[in-house]
Design a protein around this ligand. Structure first.
Ligand SMILES: [Zn+2]
Length: 223
């Protein structure tokens, strides 16, 4: 059984997915991670991927899908798989749909974390990271004891390039253009669960858990 999280950057997909893994025995499958792994391993597939990356081109959807198919076919999928990084576009969702149908794999639910632009900007803009030990902080929700200094190792905290204001704008723009149409796509198929993601992590997780339990039952009943 396959699960997908949708939502803007900063909506909390990573945090919520982690909790689901712990509570439900799901595993995450990250297409980005698999592509990097293939390149490191130097397999045929990895070499092809490397060519695109070296040229600075996007890795084609079909190639990403092939990597995903291989991974799912290997088994070791726990009680369900949360897809990370795929699909990002409607085209990719169509490819995924074909692939799942062919292998009788079921897309059990699409969890859409809804948060306002304001909430998202506040979350992303407040992130701080320790370059030395990797600890993460947030100026509002998880501040260090001393402003700008890591609790664990005393290093000076930085803003990751990904979380700089210009990069945040770019990420949100890409999300609105490419990923948001997926919401309508999955809504039409009747498997979208809308979850209010503007609250505290625990509160959001309760709603996520309810949605997963609901969808899981429908899935088992073959609806
Ligand atoms: Zn540190």
């Amino acid at each position: 059984m396959i699960w997908i999280f949708l939502g803007a950057p900063g909506a909390g997909k990573g945090t919520q997915a982690e909790r689901l893994r712990e509570d439900f025995g799901f595993v995450s499958v990250s297409t980005g991670e698999m592509l990097r792994e293939a390149m490191r391993a130097g397999s045929e597939l990895g070499k092809t991927v490397q060519e695109y990356v070296t040229r600075g081109d996007l890795v084609p959807d079909d190639l990403v899908a092939a990597v995903l198919r291989e991974r799912l076919a290997q088994g070791n999928t726990g009680n369900g798989v949360i897809l990370d990084g795929f699909p990002r576009t409607v085209r990719q969702a169509e490819i995924l749909e074909e692939m799942l149908a062919k292998h009788c794999w079921q897309l059990c639910g699409v969890l859409y974390l809804e948060a306002s632009e304001e909430v998202v900007l506040q979350r992303l803009g407040g992130r701080r990271n320790c370059p030395q030990c990797g600890a993460n902080y947030h100026v509002v929700t998880m501040p260090p004891k001393v402003e700008g200094v890591c609790d664990r190792c005393g290093a000076e905290l930085v803003i990751r390039p990904d979380d700089a204001p210009e990069a945040i704008r770019k990420r949100l723009e890409v999300y609105h253009q490419q990923t948001k149409p997926l919401i309508a796509f999955y809504d039409q198929r009747g498997i979208l669960e809308r979850i209010d993601a503007s609250g505290e992590v625990d509160e959001v997780y309760q709603a996520v858990k309810d949605a997963v339990s609901r969808r899981w039952q429908k899935c088992l009943a073959g609806e």
